[in-house]
Write a protein that binds this ligand. Structure first.
Ligand SMILES: *[C@@H]1O[C@H](CO)[C@@H](O)[C@H](O)[C@H]1NC(C)=O
Ligand SMILES: [Cu+2]
Length: 154
């Protein structure tokens, strides 16, 4: 009995770890960072972005900023209100949903000079066909007939 519950817990941890380790942190532009005169579409080409991955925009504070925009604003370099700008110089964006994502710099006409990035985010990557945490939990509670995190361990 005790072995069964511990085993299920391990499965749950293993399944969680397999999805957690697949998250990638992308430094936009790599060593060049977020700047003018860099081809961000060439940078993005060949990279695969998944939900849970992070984009990091790095630049000297004040020199640039980051706006998340829609496709139309991206095309026309249309800046949203300044209060929506990310301005820390080390802006981390967690890719939360799948689909197309657009980013532009809102400083002067940097966007028109090509400081813009469009990517396509794919659903969360699952590396190995391991049992999902949800399955493990369900299985465990059914078999144990006790709260999963019981305090009176045998
Ligand atoms: C796209 O963004 C611009 C600028 O923020 C906004 O004016 C426009 O209404 C948006 N378009 C859509 C379809 O959401
Ligand atoms: Cu800029």
């Amino acid at each position: 009995m005790a072995f069964g519950r511990v085993f299920v817990l391990l499965l749950a941890i293993a399944a969680f770890a397999s999805t957690a380790t697949s998250a990638t942190k992308f430094i936009v532009g790599d060593d060049s960072g977020w700047t003018v005169g860099f081809d961000y579409q060439a940078w993005a080409k060949g990279k695969v972005f998944h939900v849970g991955d992070k984009l990091v925009f790095q630049y000297p504070v004040g020199a640039h900023n980051v706006f998340k925009v829609n496709g139309t604003a991206f095309q026309n370099c249309q800046k949203p209100p300044l209060r929506e700008a990310l301005t820390t110089g080390n802006d981390v964006i967690v890719l939360a949903t799948p689909g197309r994502k657009w980013y532009i710099c809102g400083v002067r006409n940097h966007c028109n000079y090509g400081q813009k990035l469009v990517i396509t985010v794919l659903p969360q990557a699952v590396e190995a066909p391991a049992p999902s945490p949800l399955y493990a939990m369900t299985y465990s509670t059914k078999k144990a007939k006790r709260p999963f995190f019981s305090t009176n361990w045998p």
